[in-house]
Write a protein that binds this ligand. Sequence first.
Ligand code: ZN
Length: 369
Amino acid sequence: MKINSIVAFLDSWAAPSLAESYDNVGLLVGNPDQEVTSALLSLDVTEEVVAEAVRRGSNLIIAHHPIIFKGLKRITTASWVERTVLSAIENKIAIYAIHTNLDNLLGGVNSEMARRLNLQNTQILRPIPFNLEKWVTYVPNEYIEQLKEALFQAGAGSIGKYSECSFEMEGKGSYKPLDGSSPFKGEVHVRSEEREVRLEVIGRKQNSKAIYKALIDNHPYEEVAYEQIELRNLDQGNGAGLIGELEEEISFDDFFELLKKTFGLKVLRHSKILNRKVKRVALCGGSGSFLLEDAKRSDVQAFITSDIKYHDFFEAEGRLVLCDIGHYESEQFTSELIAAELKRNFGNFAVLLTEVSTNPIFYTPWPKN
Ligand SMILES: [Zn+2]
């Protein structure tokens, strides 16, 4: 199997189009036509991780954080980023980044955090706007099932917890074939009228190309009449952060204990504790301060994220408890999530988890013990 097969699969799972505009995801280093030996999964790519890949005979590193983020003007040995990239190139090791596209996916980084906390009734905290499209086409009755099936296969027809959603309405269509046409039915220069079905399905933008291809390939007409309409509906399947409910209402003491146990915390920074219990929580793996206002509007008692600044803690305003569990800690299960997805799809393909802790932050208890 070639590296390209893994890339294609990961791109279809967490579409690069879901990534934030500032991000840099996908295959960053390497030859996609190279045969893949095994994949090494890590939150970050460091020189140590590349050395580990060499040692364990793995020629593909899949990481959450992109090693090339703002661009590189040279690849020398001047900085740790350049040395890491150079070492990967010298050792023919490819690097793939699956970053904010995996953050913005239901079933991604945040869903994994929620799963570990056993949160119920989870939903996206800030759904992506303008990510949905409505596709409308007009098709003869005898082709409707084949076309519907192809559209569903291409990812259309998914609404929340439902798939294969569509709407049909029968009517009459007309057309007059012009010079050079070869109509499915009717004669050139004669207006034809046919019974047709108006078929409507909803699709996500990341599936637009596949949906268009399914439509054109499975529609019998030479010229397919269709409409692709951008919707204002929020996409409940893609977006930043997550909200969910604990199995039962618990005290903040017990909640902090749950965080400590689930994420193996050595330290927890938080805003002032509320005089009530915790049931609904919001969370966002990595730096989630940008979602604070969304969390405050969501009637949650706690917001779990990381990289919270001093001034942000004031903004909790007694409406929720801001919990900073650490960036690495919040995203530590991401490699296992990707590994599980690869194993589900590729069966016996060797997927390795890094043995290197790439967390650049260390905690020193005081007084030292
Ligand atoms: Zn991160």
